[in-house]
Each structure stands twice: as structure tokens, then as C-alpha cells.
Ligand binder design. Structure first.
Ligand SMILES: *[C@@H]1O[C@H](CO)[C@@H](O)[C@H](O)[C@H]1NC(C)=O
Ligand SMILES: *[C@@H]1O[C@H](CO)[C@@H](O)[C@H](O)[C@H]1NC(C)=O
Length: 393
């Protein structure tokens, strides 16, 4: 059976009006969890179906490639070495380790790129060593082919900007470039991919504002082909809209370029973020943008918010919509299901997965559909608790 036929078969086995899905969770304690979610008439249930390890001591990020039923996990261990891992994802969501890659550690994000199918190489970014590292696949035995160490001339205005801190290796929608938001240097670092060799060539950087602390980027395109990018600024507690310019199709050595056009707070006008708040994740569904806030407790004790914006279909301009309850404390990651009716939020310090309803017409997040604590809770402001949640889709 094809993966899609298998999914339909699995869904058909449930009661009428019910929906079934699997999720994957990484936890900073070293564990990876498979979760099952069932939803009957907007009353949902989450349960842990299996648990495994193999992604070093501090799994920080999960990257799923559902076309090949593989998930890649990146290890943030800061003890001088790490072990990124590759797993097969079974029909029931369980994971089987298929290979490890010995790394320098402290990887906060990674993604596959290049080759004939976009899966020839892997790029990882290391927060404190300030590096972008590339390896030739497959796992295991992946050979390191590149190491870029970032530098900057002077410290940034935020105390956390002591040196460059690359936070994501984002492959652009064409698969031809990697964009690295650098939280320490207030830059979008841009690299052109040589798909054959995996080699990366640096392009001009996009310049954020001093103290923004860019962490993650998402791309957007309207029906007329206008392209924009939106960046989550962890230190500035804001999101920025950027113009995007691609080189001409016949210009093989051209670069992807960015200009920042707008910055909006992750808080409603008139609300000032607290001293320990830090924005975390950014996601787009259609013409709505979402950004999570850590430690703002806008909705009460250990109940942080997700900022919601509308994107103007013609111009790509952002406008504030509302703050929604994330039903979690330190929502480090969140992801929408394919039809945009649910969001899975990973509370880092609360170490929970919250499934929240989304209204596709208004873009607004609504009621809590299901909630489950997964693994040990973390401590506020520490690198522990639940690191990431994704849907298997
Ligand atoms: C969901 O609601 C519909 C209509 O009320 C009902 O026919 C169906 O049996 C319900 N499904 C479940 C799984 O409860
Ligand atoms: C950025 O601005 C410069 C100067 O106005 C312009 O030449 C360039 O084309 C712009 N790039 C993008 C990506 O909008």
C-alpha cells in the first residue's frame, strides 16, 4: 500500500466522524516519543504509543520528510560532541533508528538539501560555536564536507549577542538557497547551494535591526507570485516582513536577497513584553501568521500566548489580529495539521503537547481539544523539558 492509502486505511478503521493522526515529540532529556491523537466531534484524545532514544543526550529539533517516511533529529549537546539521528517512521508512528551522525554538538536545527532530490546532504547550525556544518549523506557514515565559522566585529545591544548565534538552516522553497537567521549578529545569512557537491557559497546578508535576534524564517507567496519572508525575532519579541528577490533564472551564480520592510511586536499595541519573555516559533497558514511567546503568561499561570496576524493578500503586509492561549508554558515549537484545523503546541517547560482548534475562515485559534504531559517538566529559562513537536503528515 502507498503511504497515502495506508493513512486512508488507518482513518477508515476509526469510528464515523473521527480523525486519527500521529505526532512525534523530542525531549531535552534524550527521549523521543510517538503520540497518537484521535478526535471525535471536537473532543480529542492524546496518548503516548512508544518511546525511543538515539539522538544523543539533548535532542533539540525534528525534521520530517514524509515522502520517504524518515525523520531527522538534531542534538544540542554542548559537551563538545553530539549525535544527530535518522529514523524510519512506521505507519503507527513508531520510530526505528537507521543511522547516527557524529557531530560537534550544540546543533539547534538541521535540514537536508542538494543532491538530485533535495536529500543529498545535511546542514546543521551550532548555537555557541557559531557554525554552519555540512555533511554528505547517508547516515551513518556521513562525511563532513563543510564548516563555516561565523564572526562579528562587535557585540550587539542585547547581552545574549556576545557572538554570532545561528539558529536555523532553512532551505528556501526553490531548494537552491539556505538561509540562516543569526540571533547574535542580527543577520539573515544567505548561502547558494551547489546541488551536486553540497558546497555552500555565501551571498550578501539581510540586515535585521540591532537587538532583533532573528531565530526562524518562513516564506510566503501570493496568487500573483509576490514573495515575502517573515522572521521571528527572539530577542526583540517581534516578527519582521522582508522583501525577497530571486536572481534571474539564467543567472546560475546569482543570489537570493532580502530587505526588511516591517516589524511588529508579538504583543498587542500597548503591551510591553516582560524581562524574561522570548519569542520562539513562527508558522504560516494561508494568509495568517502565528508567532509563539515564551514566559509571557498572558493567559494566567504558565499559560503563554501565540500572537496571530493577518497577511494582506496583495502586499504581504502584516496586521495584528489577536493573542491566543497556547495552553502551555514556554511554547518552543508549534505546527498546524495539513488542513489547518488544528495546531499542536509543544510547551517546553510545561513539557506538554496541546492540540488547539483553529478556525480556517478567521484564522483564530480556539478551544483546547486535547492535552498531554510528555516526559519530565522543565525549569523556567533552562534548556530542559519538551524541545519539539511535529505532526506525522
Ligand atoms: C459525531 O457526531 C455525529 C453527528 O452528531 C454522529 O453521527 C457520530 O456518531 C459522532 N461520532 C462519534 C465518533 O462520536
Ligand atoms: C533592496 O533595496 C535596494 C535599494 O532600494 C534595491 O536595490 C534592492 O533591489 C532591494 N532588494 C529587495 C530584495 O527588495
Amino acid at each position: 500500500m502507498s503511504p497515502m492509502a495506508q493513512k486512508l486505511f488507518a482513518a477508515a478503521a476509526l469510528a464515523p466522524g473521527a480523525l486519527g493522526a500521529n505526532l512525534l515529540v523530542s525531549h531535552f532529556s534524550g527521549s523521543l516519543y510517538s503520540l497518537s491523537f484521535t478526535n471525535s466531534n471536537s473532543s480529542g484524545q492524546l496518548s503516548i504509543t512508544s518511546e525511543t532514544d538515539g539522538c544523543g543526550v539533548t535532542p533539540a529539533w525534528l525534521q520530517l520528510y514524509s515522502d520517504i517516511n524518515k525523520v531527522y533529529c538534531f542534538d544540542e549537546s554542548w559537551m563538545g560532541s553530539g549525535s544527530s539521528a535518522e529514523y524510519d517512521v512506521a505507519e503507527d508512528g513508531s520510530l526505528t533508528l537507521t543511522g547516527n551522525l557524529k557531530t560537534t554538538g550544540n546543533s539547534v536545527h538541521g535540514a537536508l538539501y542538494g543532491g538530485s532530490d533535495g536529500k543529498g546532504f545535511v546542514a546543521t547550525v551550532e548555537y555557541t560555536p557559531s557554525t554552519l556544518t555540512t555533511y554528505k549523506l547517508p547516515f551513518p557514515g556521513g562525511e563532513q564536507i563543510g564548516l563555516e565559522t561565523f564572526t562579528m566585529e562587535s557585540q550587539g545591544p542585547n547581552p545574549r549577542q556576545d557572538k554570532p548565534h545561528p539558529h536555523e538552516a532553512h532551505v528556501d522553497p526553490t531548494g537552491k538557497f539556505i538561509v540562516v537567521p543569526d540571533l547574535g549578529a542580527d543577520l539573515l545569512r544567505v548561502f547558494r547551494i551547489n546541488a551536486e557537491t553540497g558546497e555552500l557559497t555565501a551571498c550578501s546578508e539581510g540586515q535585521a535591526d540591532p537587538g532583533d535576534g532573528p531565530r526562524h524564517i518562513v516564506f510566503w507567496e501570493n496568487a500573483e507570485g509576490l514573495q515575502k519572508a517573515y522572521v521571528l525575532n527572539e530577542l526583540g519579541n517581534s516578527v519582521s516582513a522582508w522583501d525577497v528577490e530571486y536572481p534571474a533564472a539564467d543567472e546560475a551564480s546569482g543570489c537570493l536577497a532580502f530587505n526588511k520592510t516591517q516589524t511588529l511586536s508579538t504583543y498587542e499595541e500597548g503591551t510591553t513584553p516582560g524581562p524574561t519573555t522570548k519569542a520562539a516559533e513562527i508558522r504560516i497558514v494561508g494568509s495568517f501568521l502565528y508567532a509563539s511567546n515564551r514566559a509571557d503568561e498572558t493567559f494566567g499561570d504558565e499559560q503563554d500566548s501565540i500572537a496571530t496576524y493577518t497577511i494582506d493578500e496583495q502586499t504581504g503586509e502584516l496586521a495584528w489580529l489577536e493573542a491566543a492561549n497556547s495552553y502551555s508554558y514556554y511554547p518552543r515549537t508549534f505546527q498546524f495539521n495539513t488542513d489547518g484545523t488544528l495546531v499542536a503546541v509543544g510547551g517546553q517547560t510545561s513539557s506538554n503537547v496541546a492540540i488547539i482548534a483553529r478556525d480556517p475562515a478567521t484564522g483564530k485559534l480556539g478551544k483546547l481539544v486535547a492535552n498531554l504531559q510528555v516526559g519530565r517538566k522543565g525549569r523556567a529559562g533552562q534548556e530542559d523539558g519538551l524541545s519539539a513537536v511535529i505532526w506525522v503528515q
